[in-house]
Design a protein around this ligand. Structure first.
Ligand SMILES: [Zn+2]
Ligand SMILES: [Zn+2]
Length: 310
């Protein structure tokens, strides 16, 4: 029987104060010192690094094992994933596997049925109610992985070092350590927190469902633009073992392009693709169901119109 969830006051403080300090810090610094191209470059470099590490690494590689990759790529995922300051790969993947397994039900850490705020960031305000021996039962492959366990053990110094001190050092290259700290460290971290959170909130509340209505997941092109392709969430929930977040050539999916490009140079392999026939079948079933629902509602309307008014 799981214990009731208690507030995680460290997370409550961190996720409410970090946006405030980013806003005040970036606003004040930029007002006084202006915006240097180096600050901007640091922001984009850190955003792209952490974005790929979370979506291609923590998500498609560690949570879903949808491809294999070289240890150098794994090291990049673990270091830049720590810089995103979204917990260790072990905790991230364990939460995410629970999300897929129990989606929309008790046991889903970001259950949209409990409200958009809880699904977005409210869930981070609570401790995991599971006892430690059960918490990582769904990630035995990761508890057996030495690199993952090393990152988990040293997560705090690693995340501060790569997420905040590293941008500060980058800024020393062009003589503005604090400019790089505020833009590439703090602001980038806060923005990417909320981009990731949006997948669990907006990605289950607004958008289209072209592949399945088994759960609340939705496709959103604008979320894909923000989340390095990870906005096609209905496709992802329908085919979670696929290394891609999207299938059409015109859909923005830098994570898919990154994994595919690394495959060309031998750094990733065994890329798992859902057969095109299964994807087409899901779409056709969904279309058929939609047409069925429309004709049902039309015949219901006709029946209601034929009823004598009382
Ligand atoms: Zn989801
Ligand atoms: Zn997933």
């Amino acid at each position: 029987m799981p214990r009731p969830a208690a507030y995680n006051w460290i997370n409550v403080g961190f996720f409410t104060l970090s946006p405030l300090s980013a806003l005040v810090g970036v606003g004040y610094y930029t007002y006084r010192q202006g915006l240097h191209p180096g600050d901007w470059a640091s922001f984009w470099f850190m955003l792209c690094g952490t974005g790929l590490a979370i979506n291609a690494g923590f998500h498609h590689y560690y949570s879903h094992r949808s491809y294999e990759c070289h240890w150098l790529v794994q090291a990049f995922y673990l270091l830049f994933g720590a810089a995103a300051i979204q917990n260790s790969a072990l905790v991230w993947a364990s939460n995410h596997r629970s999300h897929h397994r129990f989606v929309d039900q008790e046991g889903d850490p970001y259950n949209i049925q409990k409200g958009v705020f809880l699904a977005h960031m409210g869930w981070t305000f609570y401790h995991n109610p599971l006892p430690p021996e059960q918490r990582f039962a769904n990630v035995p492959d990761l508890t057996a992985n030495r690199l993952v366990m090393w990152q988990h053990r040293y997560y705090l110094p690693l995340s501060v070092g790569t997420g905040l001190l590293f941008p500060l050092l980058l800024g020393c290259i062009y003589g503005r350590p604090w400019g790089s700290f505020f833009w590439g460290g703090l602001l980038r971290m806060v923005l990417f927190h909320h981009i990731t959170f949006l997948v669990n909130s907006a990605g289950h509340a607004v958008g289209s469902q072209p592949y399945s209505v088994r759960d609340s997941s939705r496709d959103n092109w604008w979320l894909a633009l923000l989340m390095f392709g990870g906005g096609y969430h209905n496709f992802h929930h329908a085919f979670p073992g696929d290394y891609r977040s999207s299938v059409a050539w015109y859909q923005w999916d830098p994570t898919k392009w990154w994994i595919w490009s690394l495959n060309r140079i031998g750094l990733t392999w065994r890329l798992n693709r859902t057969p095109a026939r299964s994807i087409l079948q899901a779409r056709l079933q969904r279309e058929g169901r939609k047409r069925g629902e429309m004709s049902d509602s039309r015949s219901q309307e006709r029946k209601e119109q034929c009823l004598p008014s009382l």
